[in-house]
Design a binder for this molecule. Structure first.
Ligand code: AMP
Length: 631
C-alpha cells in the first residue's frame, strides 16, 4: 500500500486502521474497544487492553535477539562506550526496577530523572515503565529553578540523578543543582538515587536522603521484577514543556497508544525494523530522545545509539565514524546540529564509509535551505525534515520512506503522518485557509495514538491551551503554516510567545520571570531574535526600578547571571537592553511582537493599541545605541 491509500484509511476508518496497527505490539489482554471518542477533546485508544512499554521494548525480544545490541551508549566526553545487548539490558532494567521497588516506588508514583545521555538513564526509564511508575525526565541543561518547578508539579516519590554531566571536556556537576532544587521545592521526594561516574570528586551527600546506585545495584544483582500490566490509558510518562505562562506543562502520555505509535512510526517513518541501527543525536530529556532513542527503536527490536558529547569532539567526523562503525541506517538530528558541522570543512562528511546510511531526519526547528542543501550534497543521502511537538510525541508532518518516499520539497516538512487530520485555519475568519494562504496549523480531534492525553493533573489547561482557539473543537499547534496545492505544509513560526533556541522550546514568560528576580529590575520583555547558528536566541529589554543603584551594564550582567543560574545556559540572553519604558497596550499587555519587529527591522504591525508611543522611540534609541550586554 502506498502513502496516499495508507493515510486515507487512517483518517477515514481510524478504528480499523489503528486496530490493525495495534498488532505490532504485545498485548497481555487485547483491547475491547479501539477508540472511545465520546468525551472530546479527550479520547482513549485501545480501551481495556493491557500492555507494558518495558515488556515491548525489552522482554519481547529476548528469545529471538537476546545477544543483539539493543543500546550503544557512547560518550566522547568520558571516553567510555558501552555496548548493551537485549539480554544485558533486561538484566540491568530488572536490577534497576528492584532498586525502585526497594525505595518504595510503585505503580502510579512519579520518578524525576535528571541525567545526561548515559545508559543508566535508559535503564531508569525502562525500570519505571516496568513497574508502572511514571517517569519525568528533566533535561540536564536545565538549572535548579526549572527542576524545582517540575518537581513541585510532579510530586515525585524519587529523584534519580547523575553526579555530573560533561560538555567539551568540562565537568558539570548535577548534584549541587539537585540540592538547590530540592531546597526550593515544596514537594521534595524522600530519596535521591545518585548514579555516580566518579566525575564530581567533591560531591556532597545528605545522610538518610541520598542513596547510592552502585551500592544498591550490588544488592539487587539477581532481581527479577514482574511486569506490571497497565491499562492502555494509564499514564506512562510526563514530559514538561514551555508554554506562554511561566509554569511548564506536564505533557502526559499513555501506554498502549504510545507503544503502537512508536512501533508504527519507527518502521514506516524512520524505516527502522528489527536488527537495524538508528542513531538519534537528541538528549534523552527531549521528546525525540524519549521516542527515538529509547522507546521506538527498542519496541521494534532495533539497535539505538545514544551519544553524549559535542558533534565536533574529538573532531567533526565523529558522528559519521559512528555511522560507519555501527552500520547506522537512519540518523536523526536537528538543523542546529548540522549548522554546527557546516562551520567545519565539508571533507569531514566524506571521510567515513557511509554505505549503510539511508536517511538523515532533521526536526525540532525550521530547516533552512542552505543547510538542507549542504548536508544533502555532502552526505549524498535524502534529508527528511519532519515537524512535531513534545505534545504529539511523534512526527505530525513528514515523509514516510519506510512506506513510500514521496518527493522532498525544500522548505516543507512534508505531508501529514497517519491519523493526523490537519487543517490550516485563517485566524480572522476561523475558516479553512485556501492553498497558499497563511493560517494556524490545527488538528481535528480525536488526536491519534501517541499524542498527549492531557496536561498532568490539569484537564482544564489541556482544553484551554490547545482546544479553545476556534469556534470548532480543534487542536491548535500554535504554529503558523501555509499549505500548497499538493498538501505539503510549510511551518512559519509560533503564534504564541514561545521561542525556539537550537531546537529547544523556551517560554519568553519563563525567562522574563527569571530576569525580574534580579533586584534592580522593574519589568522585562523577552523576544526571540534570528541567529545564524541557533535559529533564535533570547533578547531582553528591561526597565530598572526607580533609584536602582546598579548601572545599566551591572544590571544587565546581574540579569544574565540570574537566568543562567535559575534556568540554565540554554536560556542565557544573547543581548540585554536596559530601557526607560517598554511598549505595552492600554490594558498593560507587553507588545513583544512590536519589539521583535523593531529588532529585526520588519513591520511592527498594528500599533493602535499602544499606550505610550514614546516607548517605541525608547526602544529604537536603545537599538541604535547598542546593547548593555552582548553584541
Ligand atoms: P518542541 O515541543 O520543543 O519539540 O517544539 C515544538 C515546536 O518546534 C513546534 O511547535 C514548532 O514551532 C517547532 N518545530 C518543530 N519541528 C519543526 C520543523 N520541522 N520545522 C519548523 N518548526 C519546527
Amino acid at each position: 500500500m502506498g502513502y496516499d491509500e495508507f493515510y486515507r484509511l487512517s483518517v477515514e476508518e481510524p478504528e480499523r486502521f489503528w486496530g490493525e496497527q495495534a498488532r505490532l505490539i504485545h498485548w497481555e489482554t487485547p483491547p475491547q474497544q479501539i477508540l472511545d471518542a465520546t468525551k472530546l477533546p479527550f479520547r482513549q485508544w485501545f480501551v481495556g487492553g493491557t500492555t507494558n512499554l518495558c515488556y515491548n521494548a525489552v522482554d519481547r525480544h529476548l528469545a529471538e535477539r537476546g545477544e543483539q545490541l539493543a543500546l550503544v551508549a557512547i560518550s566522547t566526553e568520558t571516553g567510555v562506550t558501552e555496548e548493551i545487548s537485549y539480554r544485558v539490558l533486561y538484566r540491568e532494567v530488572n536490577r534497576f526496577a528492584g532498586i525502585l521497588k526497594g525505595l518504595g516506588v510503585g505503580r502510579g508514583d512519579r520518578v524525576v530523572i535528571y541525567m545526561p545521555n548515559m545508559a543508566e538513564a535508559v535503564y531508569a526509564m525502562l525500570a519505571c515503565a516496568r513497574i508502572g511508575a511514571i517517569h519525568s525526565v528533566v533535561f540536564g541543561g536545565f538549572a535548579a529553578h526549572n527542576l524545582a518547578l517540575r518537581i513541585d508539579d510532579a510530586e515525585p516519590k524519587l529523584l534519580i540523578c547523575a553526579d555530573a554531566g560533561m560538555r567539551g571536556g568540562k565537568v558539570i556537576p548535577y548534584k549541587p543543582l539537585v540540592d538547590a532544587a530540592l531546597a526550593e521545592a515544596k514537594a521534595p521526594p524522600p530519596h535521591v538515587l545518585i548514579v555516580s561516574r566518579g566525575l564530581d570528586k567533591d560531591m556532597q551527600r545528605v545522610a538518610g536522603r541520598d542513596v547510592d546506585y552502585a551500592r544498591l545495584r550490588a544488592e539487587h544483582m539477581n532481581d527479577e521484577v514482574p511486569v506490571a500490566w497497565l491499562e492502555s490509558n494509564e499514564p506512562s510518562y510526563l514530559l514538561y514543556t514551555s508554554g506562554t505562562t511561566g509554569k511548564p506543562k506536564g505533557i502526559q502520555r499513555d501506554v498502549g497508544g504510545y507503544a503502537v505509535a512508536m512501533a508504527m512510526s519507527t518502521r514506516l517513518v524512520f524505516d527502522i525494523g528489527p536488527g537495524q541501527v538508528m542513531f538519534s543525536t537528541s538528549d534523552v530529556g527531549w521528546a525525540v530522545g524519549h521516542s527515538y532513542n529509547v522507546y521506538g527503536p527498542l519496541i521494534v527490536g532495533a539497535t539505538s545509539l545514544l551519544y553524549e558529547g559535542l558533534p565536533t569532539n574529538p573532531d567533526p567526523g565523529i558522528w559519521w565514524r559512528l555511522c560507519e562503525k555501527y552500520r547506522v541506517r537512519t540518523m536523526f538530528s536537528s538543523p542546529t546540529g548540522i549548522r554546527l558541522l557546516k562551520k567545519q570543512d565539508v571533507s569531514w562528511l566524506k571521510k567515513a564509509d557511509l554505505s549503510s546510511l539511508k536517511w538523515l531526519f532533521l526536526a525540532g526547528e525550521p530547516l533552512d535551505e542552505p543547510t538542507a542543501h549542504w548536508i544533502t550534497d555532502g552526505l549524498g543521502v535524502p534529508v527528511i525534515d519532519n515537524y512535531w511537538q513534545t505534545e504529539t510525541g511523534w512526527p505530525v508532518l513528514t515523509l514516510m520512506p519506510g512506506l513510500e518516499l514521496k518527493p522532498v520539497k525544500w522548505g516543507s516538512p512534508g505531508l501529514p503522518a497517519p491519523g493526523y487530520r490537519m487543517k490550516v485555519i485563517n485566524e480572522a475568519t476561523g475558516e479553512e485557509a485556501a492553498a497558499g494562504e497563511k493560517g494556524v496549523l490545527v488538528m481535528v480531534p480525536p488526536l491519534p495514538p501517541g499524542c498527549l492525553t492531557t496536561v498532568w493533573r490539569d484537564d482544564d489547561r489541556y482544553v484551554n491551551s490547545y482546544f479553545s482557539h476556534f469556534r470548532e473543537l480543534l487542536y491548535s499547534s500554535l504554529d503558523w503554516a501555509i499549505r500548497d496545492a499538493d498538501g505539503y505544509t510549510n511551518i512559519l513560526g509560533r503564534t504564541d510567545d514561545v521561542i525556539n533556541v537550537a531546537g529547544h522550546r523556551l517560554g519568553t514568560r519563563e525567562i522574563e520571570e527569571s530576569v525580574a528576580t534580579y533586584s534592580a529590575v522593574a519589568e522585562a520583555a523577552v523576544i526571540g531574535m534570528k541567529d545564524e547558528l541557533k535559529g533564535q536566541v533570547p533578547v531582553v529589554f528591561a526597565t530598572l526600578k526607580q533609584g536602582a543603584a546598579a548601572s545599566s551594564e551591572e544590571a544587565a550582567r546581574g540579569m544574565q547571571q540570574a537566568v543562567t543560574e535559575q534556568l540554565g545556559p540554554i536560556a542565557r540572553p544573547a543581548r540585554i537592553y536596559v530601557v526607560n519604558a517598554l511598549p505595552k497596550t492600554r490594558s498593560g499587555k507587553l507588545l513583544r511582537r512590536s519589539l521583535q519587529a523593531l529588532v529585526q527591522h520588519t513591520d511592527p504591525g498594528d500599533l493602535s493599541t499602544l499606550d505610550d508611543p514614546a516607548s517605541l522611540d525608547e526602544v529604537r534609541k536603545a537599538l541604535e545605541r547598542g546593547p548593555d550586554l552582548g553584541s
